[in-house]
Design a binder for this molecule. Structure first.
Ligand SMILES: Nc1ncnc2c1ncn2[C@@H]1O[C@H](COP(=O)(O)OP(=O)(O)OP(=O)(O)O)[C@@H](O)[C@H]1O
Ligand SMILES: [Mg+2]
Length: 438
């Protein structure tokens, strides 16, 4: 039933896009203009991905076998496949309405109305697949059916469904994320409603730390840390020099011995797990001071970041990094040591991303960079967050970190002292006095 997991993941991405479209529509209804480039990128994604990849897979395998096994399947599948067939024309009509929207406010409102019909339809379609089709499939399909369906979904050399097609739509998705206004993003939190009753992402605690202690000889660097990071969150940890920020990150990634307390990742106790096994689980760190391998080429540095990953996905992931950091692609064959500080920071982040992080740990990515580059690094972090990545960001640059974080923790001499939303901490008098220089 691997196919159902893949379809479920794809639904979550589509749901985020539908929510994004709803928010963009709200702005147009309030008199804002339609951002042509962003809408084009979203429509390209829906065209390429939904109509050419997602739907055919369902039609050709899952739906075909369901029809063969269940007489009652036809009613719901007829409706869903009508939707599939109508998809490309609906998008064409939306693109035409978008082009017209540039001409008058009235046309803008017509576009907004068309957009609403489209996203309502998309959401109803996803819901029906989740609520009607998937449960039925679980009941009526045989082991042989699943073998056939799963094989089709897992075929990485298939030109339609395979690794290259997936890399292509990931890139399209990234383009949307990078164009989306900050207020919108594509974060995990907005995808909540898909499973009714389960509640939004609150339930998905990715990292939870209780009473964590760690020492260097007799110096206790961490004295009882409690913190929690949920799926899709960007959490900032701020604190002065020597507060223990790096020690905490190193303890999470498993290269720093822990004296007491517990670290759980995705519900599992990993306090005693080896560092490389933590990386395999998706804990990937961009270390303090970047630590790229200077004599190695930029490309080889990135490939090293993927050493725990299946070979088949590395090329596609490299393309994604090149798309994110074009300068690295230009210089791919040069030794990493020839890059500027800002570029090395991009490389260090790219290397961590090659490990397909479920939790990305960033240790002072802005350290030692010129203000303009600091901004660029924070833009990268924001765009990763917008794609739904879970990020723990350690920074001395408290103002910038809290400004983009969902939540933050203040670390003082090995203890977390204040916690709250990024905004709350920015407005907290103690934080202001100690870290923001106000
Ligand atoms: N290798 C080490 N040996 C002994 N003490 C250490 C070592 N590394 C760090 N410490 C001490 O542990 C404490 C926490 O250091 P840590 O590097 O975690 O702080 P930090 O918050 O990351 O600081 P910075 O902002 O300078 O990066 C400090 O008192 C530091 O002197
Ligand atoms: Mg540090």
């Amino acid at each position: 039933m691997e196919a159902l997991r893949i379809i479920g993941d794809e639904h979550r991405n589509l749901w985020r896009i539908a929510v994004t479209l709803d928010q963009l529509r709200g702005e147009i209804e309030d008199g804002g203009h339609a951002d042509r480039r962003l809408f084009d990128a979203i429509f390209d994604y829906l065209d390429n991905f939904v109509d050419r990849l997602h739907h055919p897979k369902e039609d050709d395998f899952l739906f075909r076998l369901l029809r063969a096994r269940s007489a009652e399947a036809a009613a719901v599948l007829d409706r869903l496949q009508d939707d599939h067939r109508a998809g490309p024309d609906n998008l064409k009509a939306l693109r035409a309405a978008l082009a017209a929207a540039a001409n008058s406010p009235a046309a803008g409102q017509e576009f907004a109305a068309a957009l609403k019909r489209y996203t309502d339809g998309l959401k109803a379609h996803i819901r029906s697949e989740e609520k009607d089709v998937m449960p039925l499939a679980r009941t009526v399909l045989t082991d042989a059916d699943w073998a056939e369906i799963d094989a089709a979904f897992a075929d990485n050399s298939d030109p339609l469904f395979g690794a290259s097609a997936q890399a292509e739509f990931r890139e399209l998705f990234h383009r949307i994320a990078s164009l989306a206004p900050e207020s919108i993003g594509l974060g995990g939190q907005t995808a909540g409603e898909l499973t009714p009753g389960a509640g939004p992402a609150h339930a998905d605690v990715v990292l939870s730390i209780r009473g964590l202690e760690s020492s260097y000889g007799r110096i206790k660097a961490l004295r009882g840390i409690d913190l929690e990071i949920r799926k899709g969150e960007l959490v900032a940890l701020v604190g002065a020099n020597g507060a223990g920020k790096t020690t905490l990150l190193r303890a999470i990634s498993g290269v720093q011995p822990v004296g007491a307390g517990e670290i759980r990742f995705a519900g599992e106790d990993i306090t005693k797990l080896r560092a490389d096994l933590r990386m395999r689980k998706g804990i990937c760190q961009s270390p303090e001071g970047r630590q790229v391998f200077g004599p190695l080429s930029i490309e080889d540095n990135l490939r090293l970041g993927a050493y725990t990953q299946p070979k088949a996905q590395v090329e596609g992931d490299l393309e994604r990094i090149w798309a994110m950091f074009p300068i690295l692609k230009e210089k791919r064959a040069l030794p990493a040591g020839t890059l500027s500080g800002g570029q090395q920071q991009m490389l260090a982040i790219g290397r961590a991303l090659m490990g397909r992080p479920k939790l990305l740990l960033l240790d002072e990515p802005s350290m030692g960079l010129a203000p303009l580059l600091v901004e660029e690094v924070f833009n990268v972090v924001k765009s990763l967050k917008a794609q739904g990545m879970t990020i723990f960001l350690v920074e001395q640059n408290a103002f910038a970190a809290l400004a983009i974080a969902d939540r933050g923790y203040v670390l003082e001499t090995g203890q977390t002292t204040i916690t709250g939303s990024g905004r709350e901490l920015l407005e907290n008098e103690d934080v202001k006095a100690a870290y923001l220089g106000m």
